[in-house]
Design a protein around this ligand. Structure first.
Ligand code: PLP
Length: 369
């Protein structure tokens, strides 16, 4: 990426930490299948198990509960299809949850973007068969945090299991699987400074999980396929570095940005949010136009969720919150990371203000210092 580029799309993927690059290069240079019994295999196995312990420590789980997968998407698919239960999902979940269980009942969210706990209670009590409830910890578009512990308590009272997609929360806020009270929890390495193409599903001991991928005994029979040793090692390294998230600094910069743009509609502010995410609408200017113009100005960011085709779809998250479609169409997602600087935020504010003046026909307004 050119030196001048300002990267404000950490929720799409975080820059790989330099320590992770070094650790992965070392692991890649070694030969060894973690299932082999010889010395090279044992060395690979050691790397995988060390990473498992580090990922477990990040979320307050035990190493034996962690199953490595090929992505957060795979972890979500494994969780949702692996229990054979009737599934209920939050209406604002990531596509990898919604589309993994297309027939699932939808739990509405309120205007602030949080799961409607009363609706969850009536839905989960109305399910005839044993249920699985899936509620994300942090929303990828708005950063809104669900009260997962409260949702889990309600679901458990009704005899349901609970899955939590914590892909966006990990590395940004502290996570404790026990305190959340969930039975399954998904992670993805590339959202926290690790490599793309590796994720994990933490599975509580009592959960009987059917594998999605068969044909090998790896991951205690829960995910067949030779372990991606170098990627898993990179994930473990990133997880260890992410144990103390630099949340305060990010929140300060995010708040500085929002304070400097009183003309922007910031969505999701009525709920607790991730420290790094701002869902920012520029009324009257479509998100794709904004993103193109920010890109020309050397600033990388996304509209809500960047879908794989690169096209911008209407946000189901904002629709579920009751945001009017015209306002939702003008919302972009600004997501910061621990390396984001004050200067970068001020430059973003300057470009946003100039864009609004040009595209929305508004007069420039003074920006905060
Ligand atoms: N869940 C959430 C909330 C996400 O934001 C993402 C990625 O954007 C995923 C799951 C999927 O993770 P991965 O990119 O590792 O497949």
């Amino acid at each position: 990426m050119p030196a001048a580029e300002i990267y404000l799309d950490w929720n799409a993927t975080a820059p790989v930490h330099h320590a992770v690059i070094a650790a992965m290069a070392e692991a890649l240079a070694e030969t060894g299948n973690a299932s082999s019994v010889h010395r090279a295999g044992r060395r690979a196995r050691h790397r995988v198990e060390e990473a498992r312990a580090r990922v477990a420590a990040l979320i307050g789980a035990r190493p034996a509960q962690v199953v490595f997968t090929g992505s957060g998407t795979e972890a979500n698919n494994l969780a949702l299809s692996g229990t054979g239960r009737t599934v209920l999902v939050g209406a604002a979940e990531h596509a990898s949850v919604l589309e993994a269980a297309p027939d699932a009942g939808r739990i509405p969210v309120d205007g602030s973007g949080r799961i409607d706990l009363a609706a969850l209670e009536s839905l989960v009590n109305a399910v005839a068969r044993p249920a699985l409830v899936s509620v994300m910890l942090a929303n990828n578009e708005t950063g809104v945090l669900n009260d997962v512990a409260a949702a889990a308590a309600i679901a458990h009272r009704a005899g349901a299991l609970v899955h939590c997609d914590a892909v966006q929360a990990a590395g940004k806020i502290a996570i404790d699987m026990q305190a959340l009270g969930v039975d399954l929890l998904s992670l993805s390495a590339h959202k926290l400074g690790g490599p793309q193409g590796v994720g994990a599903l933490a599975v509580a001991d009592a959960v009987d999980l059917r594998p999605l991928l068969r044909g090998g005994g790896q991951e205690r029979g829960r995910r067949a396929g030779t372990e991606a040793v170098a990627a898993i090692h990179g994930f473990g390294t990133a997880a260890e570095l992410a144990i103390a998230p630099a949340a305060a600094g990010m929140a300060e910069l995010r708040d500085r940005l929002e304070r400097a743009l009183p003309e922007a509609a910031v969505l999701g502010t009525q709920a607790p949010r991730l420290p790094n995410t701002s869902c920012l609408a520029m009324p009257g200017v479509n998100a794709d136009i904004q993103i193109m113009n920010f890109d020309l100005a050397g600033i990388a960011l996304s509209a809500g969720s960047a879908c794989s085709s690169g096209k911008i779809k209407a946000s189901h998250v904002l629709a579920a919150m009751g945001v009017p479609p015209s306002l939702a169409a003008s919302a972009i997602r600004v997501s910061l990371g621990p390396r984001t600087t004050e200067h970068e935020i001020d430059r973003f504010v300057e470009v946003w203000t100039a864009l609004r003046a040009r595209l929305a026909g508004a007069r420039p307004v003074a920006t905060a210092a």
